[in-house]
Design a protein around this ligand. Structure first.
Ligand SMILES: NC(=O)c1ccc[n+]([C@@H]2O[C@H](COP(=O)([O-])OP(=O)(O)OC[C@H]3O[C@@H](n4cnc5c(N)ncnc54)[C@H](OP(=O)(O)O)[C@@H]3O)[C@@H](O)[C@H]2O)c1
Length: 330
């Protein structure tokens, strides 16, 4: 895939969003394009605590909110019965990557909860083995800090996946890709891992992909800049995080090995299913506090011409537990 093709594909994907959201933009005036340099904060890795979620209905959620604070009072044998099982909460779960993440969790029998802006179960009609799945029955708008606190208290997740992004009704890039991320980063318990779905090239304001994607107008205007600021909030505030930067999200299931890179030199495309597998690998990874770009190996291309042949930052890309072996912390 050539750099130009990659830029065009990125833009087409974001343009689809703008098309949907044009009326919103007209009423708000949208955001201006901004490019800013970055600074990275090193954050020490932290242990994750685990509590298995068994709530299935609104009343179960309320019950769990009452029971969870009492957990430390239970006999230690009871607590020992909670192994290091991940419990995943997906924010923005009605989106295509959010839903794929839930499906990927369920494939591995990882208990997971969907939280959506409207409180509607995204899997109401979609066929799914739902034995480990719980839709959170209240709206969770990432602009609403109290709603975020409430869902985290009710679910007590070991990992939160941030899959929300600007939408016609949900808010523009500043509100969802920056402030929403900041809200979550501000209230996340220290023992909970955050996996942020960001975007490749947010660190490359001089690249064509960044420039074109960042200045598309509508609710996604300034999205690269806002995503980058969201990433910075995570690095600054969250004790245990993984930032996954996908390339162009393509339709279809998969098409060969997915490659990981660091440094924001390389890009490409991958399906949402492939992205979701990487996200769930990040939930289970022993490594933390790093940023990776993900794309299908055969689509690899340099983000800028001068990066051609620069392959030092590539990881092995094997799926599963070894996916992030050798990763460099931020
Ligand atoms: N498309 C690409 O090629 C591409 C490339 C690189 C990176 N990415 C990034 O990858 C991620 C996943 O992309 P996607 O296309 O799979 O996502 P998507 O389908 O656009 O889903 C975004 C989700 O965010 C939700 N949302 C919006 N505002 C919200 C709010 N205020 N509170 C809670 N939820 C809210 C939306 O819900 P409603 O619809 O109900 O508002 C929607 O379900 C995004 O961060 C995207 O920017 C995409």
């Amino acid at each position: 895939m050539s750099s130009l093709k990659l830029c065009l594909l990125l833009c087409v994907c974001f343009a689809l969003k703008i098309h949907e959201s044009r009326s919103f933009n007209l009423s708000t005036g949208g955001l201006s394009t901004k490019n800013r340099p970055r600074s990275i904060t090193k954050i020490a890795a932290t242990r994750r605590s685990v509590t298995k979620l068994a709530a299935t209905t609104r009343s179960d959620f309320l019950r769990s909110a009452v029971v969870l604070p009492l957990l430390p009072l239970l006999p230690s044998q009871t607590l020992a019965a909670s192994p290091k099982t991940p419990v995943v909460l997906v924010l923005g779960a009605s989106g295509r990557s959010g839903m794929s993440t839930i499906e990927a969790c369920l494939k591995r029998s990882i208990p997971c909860t969907s939280a959506t802006r409207t409180g509607t179960d995204p899997f109401k009609v979609v066929k799914l083995d739902k034995s480990n799945y719980t839709p959170y029955p209240e709206p969770v708008d990432v602009k609403d800090v109290e709603a975020i606190k409430a869902v985290i208290a009710a679910v007590n997740p070991t990992a939160v996946v941030y899959a929300a992004s600007a939408s016609k009704k949900g808010g523009n890039a500043n509100e969802v890709d920056y402030l929403g991320v900041k809200n979550v980063a501000s209230v996340l318990p220290k023992s909970t891992r955050l996996i942020l779905i960001s975007a490749l090239a947010v660190d490359r304001p001089e690249s064509q992909g960044y420039k074109m994607t960042n200045s598309m107008g509508g609710v996604v205007d300034g999205i690269m800049y806002e995503k980058f600021r969201g990433e910075e909030e995570v690095r600054k505030r969250v004790k245990d995080y993984v930032i996954v930067r996908p390339g162009v999200l393509m339709s279809g299931k998969g098409g060969g090995p997915v490659e990981l890179a660091q440094g924001d030199f390389l890009g490409g495309g991958l399906s949402r299913e492939e992205l979701a597998e990487c996200v769930v690998d990040a939930v289970e990874a022993s490594e933390s506090d790093f940023t990776v770009e993900v794309y299908r190996k055969k689509t690899r291309t340099a983000l800028q011409k001068e990066f051609e042949g620069k392959e030092g930052g590539i990881l092995s890309g094997e799926s599963g537990a070894g996916r992030f072996k050798g990763v460099v912390k931020d």
